[in-house]
Design a protein. Structure first.
Length: 85
């Protein structure tokens, strides 16, 4: 329930600010939401509208708060390798 309330508060803040897309990191995965202009609510989406080529599953494998600098370098290297294929 606590994370649901936190998400609700963040959704409200994002809506107030007119944020079109929101990403949450929870349980080792990303959840993405896009503002539905007709209902003024957020709908769950599978892929980012703003970063359609960003592989969130790949990115999630590199999220390790205790090893952030190394994870960023490894993720950038994986992106470069993907781009050369």
């Amino acid at each position: 329930l606590g994370s649901s309330l936190a998400h609700y508060g963040l959704f409200f803040l994002a809506l107030t600010l007119g944020v079109k897309e929101v990403w949450f990191w929870q349980d080792n995965r990303f959840s993405l939401y896009r503002l539905n202009d007709s209902s003024s609510d957020y709908d769950s989406i599978e892929q980012s509208t703003f970063f359609p080529d960003l592989d969130f599953t790949l990115l999630a494998t590199y999220i390790q708060p205790e090893a952030e600098p190394q994870a960023v370098r490894a993720f950038l290297q994986a992106l470069r390798q993907q781009g050369s294929n």
